[in-house]
Design a protein around this ligand. Structure first.
Ligand SMILES: O=c1ccn([C@H]2C[C@H](O)[C@@H](COP(=O)(O)OP(=O)(O)OP(=O)(O)O)O2)c(=O)[nH]1
Ligand SMILES: [Mg+2]
Length: 147
């Protein structure tokens, strides 16, 4: 599928998949930033999109940044609504307890996963249909499964 993209920062490349078949296209930061331990920042990516109706863009963390530096997306996954025409931004946080992290313009900071999405109609009822799980949740099936 094709998605119309405007480069608000024409010196940086379009989002790109690192390998054919990858789910996430890498998003770049247009700015240099240093995040102290515990610090967060809303970073511009230099792109605006027109996702087709019936699709959503999900801003996922990159596992390499998370594993190496403790950097993740605060609101993971961020939601890019199909009707949103503003700049895609990424809300990163440095969860490392002691090390700051330096990010530079052009670094790949997150990945955009485009998915189909349903628009639901919420229909109020008095009683819900029964199910095997019922209202059990939050660990109702046990812990790690070790004896
Ligand atoms: O990681 C993100 C999350 C959101 N957005 C943009 C696109 C999205 O369509 C819009 C609104 O996001 P969301 O609905 O998550 O935020 P909200 O707090 O509910 O704001 P709003 O009242 O504008 O919907 O902000 C981003 O650029 N990056
Ligand atoms: Mg919203």
């Amino acid at each position: 599928m094709e998605i119309a993209v405007v480069r608000l920062d024409p010196d940086l490349p379009l989002p790109a998949y690192a390998h054919p078949g990858d789910a996430g296209a890498d998003l770049l930061t247009t700015v240099d930033v240093t995040l102290a331990p515990g610090e967060r920042a809303l970073l511009p990516t230099g792109i605006a999109l027109a996702l087709p109706h019936g699709y959503v863009g999900l801003v996922h963390p990159r596992s390499g940044l998370a594993a190496r530096h403790g950097v993740t997306v605060v609101n993971a996954p961020g939601t890019i609504d199909a009707g949103y025409r503003g700049e895609v931004k990424v809300l990163l946080v440095n969860l490392d307890p002691s090390e700051p992290v330096e990010l530079h313009r052009g670094d790949r900071i997150a990945q955009l996963v485009v998915q189909r999405v349903e628009t639901a109609t919420f229909v109020e009822v008095d009683v819900l249909p029964s199910s095997e799980r019922g209202s059990g949740g939050y660990g109702s099936t046990g812990g790690f499964g070790r004896p």
